[in-house]
Ligand binder design. Sequence first.
Ligand SMILES: [Zn+2]
Length: 402
Amino acid sequence: MSNTLLVTGIGELTVNNPQAVDNSPGAESTPEPYADAAFIVERGSEGEDGRIVWFGPAPRAPAADERLDVLGRAVIPGFVDSHAHLVFAGDRAAEFSARMTGTPYSAGGIRTTVAATRAADNEQLRANVRRLVEEMARQGTTTVECKTGYGLTLDDELRALRIAKAECDAATFLGAHVVPAEYADRRAEYVDLVRGPMLDACAEYADFVDVFCERGAYDEAETRLILDAAKDRGIPVRLHANQLGHGPGVQLAVEYDAASADHCTYLTEKDVEALAGSETVATLLPGVEFSTRSPYPDARALLDAGASVAIATDCNPGSCYTSSMPFCLALAVREMHMSPGEALRAATLGGAAALRRDDVGHLAVGARADFTVLDAPSFLHLAYRPGVPLVHSVWKNGDRVA
Ligand SMILES: [Zn+2]
């Protein structure tokens, strides 16, 4: 038996209707907020997703079984956090503290978390992921991508991926995060392990394969070997690209039709052009630049060239331990010169595109009923009132989750 829920009394509704969004370069690609709006959720029978079946002006709303009056609050699609590393143990607060007083960030710090993660049991790892997913939900996030990459042995990567798959909406195999210390002198052997036995074991659970293509992590030739292995198995790819310096990552992402190129902090004009001419989403992670005190990516160049842009947290214990999409959105506006509308769209529809999903990140008819009610009259307050807990309630699949 399905039942319907009318959500009404919405002061401002952001639908992000994918059909109504103009993606052409230079277009005013901001969301179109509706005033005095309503929508109807149909909750399916057991196991079926709750879906949006109608939206429009509140006075024209059809009847429904139940009614939720949000009393003039703004409603937005739930945030889609398309880049997070949640399967880990330990924390690196001391490293953060040292960084803030002058020690630079390097990819090698990942090995600290690898040691703690290997030493943790399954229940500890699972509990930590659940805690973070709940923390994200309380801040308005309804879709979470989660990567492996702190195990770096076949067994540790496989268990991390199975936990990610069970607890999150998308699971990404990142066996090629860094080269583990025990393989420092035989990198090729580790790359062969990742693209062979590890990928064989993980393929069943991997929605994506990711590689940290960066100086200090994996070079172009190594990245190609792993991307080829993913393609051979029919698994879509994404890349950590151009975070710490210029490099081949973005061009590889486009060449391999990656769902996203993540970070994009150091881009040449050619990189921007390549992204704009592709389906690959440029996923910007401004919490990382904030937490490592680094220059921000040039979001304006990407948007003005017509590239698809997403914002995500990169929640991880080393370079950025925030789980807050509202915080990242505020950074995108303040530090990367995105308009509040562009930032909201990147944090919802952009994240969905980065996960190749068309059922989340918007509230048009057919979308999964994932929405966030704000204690504010407009989504503009997300950037206008940084650091303020504006999330009133959060619904996923038609059910309240926070
Ligand atoms: Zn990352």
